[in-house]
Design a protein around this ligand. Structure first.
Ligand code: NAD
Length: 431
């Protein structure tokens, strides 16, 4: 039976991302024997904001939008996390994504906590000027719930440097003239001309590539000639594929919201990028590729599988069919707990999201420091620093995984949670 048929016959479970992150957290809490009082703090979010705000559309009508900002934890520093524009986001998915940010920033050794937010919207349905008004009004509604030393958003799915420039400009416009420039680092991921970091666009995908490279070096595997598939050809997926191709690896399948294409002989990453740019982001019809059913993507023949789109994509249903020897999680929460157990039992290793895609928040930290200190860093220096930081974090996870005989996700969680626990123990609980 093909995977497509198998999937059509089965009722797909609707496991939420929140359930997934809580299962991961509970398992890790047990592993580190987490102080029960600190566990009580970490299993809930600090603040959850749901905002309804009106925006005038191009046709003169007013539409009401729903925005979210969830601040999970700030024990280690200001809240940090992206803003997602997607019709499927809801309070639970934002809570899950905020929690993952807490573990990610802690694991990376950054002075940040974790947050996430976004708007429940399909941005494809709106004009650019409508998106600008929606973003600016959302920023205004968030008010002092964000701030350069309090909560610092960044790009995520369907948001980009332009979105961040609108947020920075709106936020700074609400300040007294003498205070404006001190608030530039209210968001990271800005365009380079507006205080952004050279290379921030590629930081996450470059980091995904680096973790794959470090993993392969440790296993004495040569990436040249290896095949990979990517789900999501956006910021993260494209850049990860770009650097893998430079290393000599071959992309044989790619899936995005428009569909799925394959070519066992290889799909040119740059060719596909240009083709899709000229077709309003749609790559279906790319020369020498064929379209396949969405459900058959994860069972494609390949060495490395990179989910770089949404959460809960690798499930107990498709995990048994995955052929890759490595899953590198570019996306946040792409693998359910049950699916990961299946993958591990089949000898397939997983580079967990909080390690694999942490190049983005590390790049954001560099941008924040650059703005805060009035500095301008050069691309070469930034990529060297990113490489060094990612290598240190990867080595820590590998060491913990080998010493404790646990998988890489568990090792990453152990490091992340122990750092936060230590901070709480040193400071105590007010009052
Ligand atoms: P993006 O908006 O640039 O790209 C998203 C991609 O996913 C697009 O190609 C889109 O077509 C595809 N997609 C959307 N729905 C899909 C579906 N149902 N099936 C298949 N593909 C689908 O977003 P991004 O910034 O590349 O983020 C991708 C993932 O990486 C998200 O999980 C995000 O949280 C995570 N991430 C992003 C960053 C960052 O710096 N941008 C950092 C860390 C983690």
């Amino acid at each position: 039976m093909t995977l497509t048929k198998e999937l059509k016959q089965k009722e797909q479970p609707k496991q939420g991302m929140l359930e997934n992150v809580m299962k991961q957290f509970n398992a890790a809490a047990e592993l580190v024997d987490l102080n029960p009082n600190i566990k009580k703090i970490l299993e809930v979010t600090n603040n959850e904001l749901i905002i309804h705000f009106p925006v005038r559309m191009d046709n003169g009508e007013v539409e009401i939008f729903k925005g979210y900002r969830v601040q999970h934890n700030n024990a280690l520093g200001p809240y940090k996390g992206g803003l997602r524009y997607h019709p499927t986001i809801d309070i639970d998915s934002v809570k899950a994504l905020a929690m993952w940010m807490t573990w990610k920033t802690s694991l990376a050794g950054l002075p940040y906590g974790g947050a996430k937010g976004g708007i429940q919207i399909d941005p494809k349905k709106y004009s650019n000027s409508e998106l600008e008004r929606i973003t600016r009004r959302f920023t205004y509604a968030l008010g002092e719930n964000i701030g350069p030393e309090h909560d610092i958003p960044a790009p995520d799915v369907n948001t980009n440097a332009q979105t961040m420039a609108w947020i920075a400009d709106t936020y700074m416009s609400t300040k007294a003239p003498s205070e404006r420039s001190k608030n530039q680092h209210v968001v990271t991921g800005k365009p380079v001309g507006s205080g952004g970091l050279e290379g921030r666009d590629r930081a996450t995908g470059f980091g995904v590539f680096l973790t794959i490279k470090f993993w392969a070096e440790n296993k004495k595997i040569d990436l040249s000639g290896k095949t990979f598939i990517v789900q999501g050809f956006g910021n993260v997926g494209y850049w990860a594929a770009h650097f893998l191709e430079l290393e000599g690896a071959k992309m044989v399948g790619v899936q995005d919201a428009f569909g799925t294409i394959v070519n066992p002989e290889g799909i040119s990453v740059e060719g596909l990028f240009d083709f899709s740019k000229n077709n309003s982001g749609n790559f279906i019809g790319f020369p020498n590729s064929s379209s396949i059913a969405k459900e058959d993507f994860f069972s494609l023949d390949c060495d490395i599988c990179i989910p770089a789109a949404l959460g809960n994509q690798i499930t107990a249903e498709n995990a048994p069919f995955i052929k890759a020897f490595l899953v590198a999680e570019g996306a946040n929460g792409p693998t359910t707990v049950e699916a990961e157990q299946i993958l591990l039992s089949r000898g397939i290793e997983v580079i967990p999201d909080i390690l694999c895609n942490s190049g983005g928040v590390i790049g954001s930290y560099f941008e924040w420091l650059q703005n805060r200190n009035g500095e301008l860093w050069e691309l070469e220096e930034i990529l060297v620093r990113l490489n060094k930081k990612m290598s240190e974090v990867f080595k820590k996870v590998l060491k913990a995984s080998e010493e404790k005989g646990i998988d890489m996700r568990s090792a990453a969680y152990v490091i992340a949670i122990e750092r936060i626990e230590k901070a709480y123990i040193q400071r105590g609980i007010f009052p």
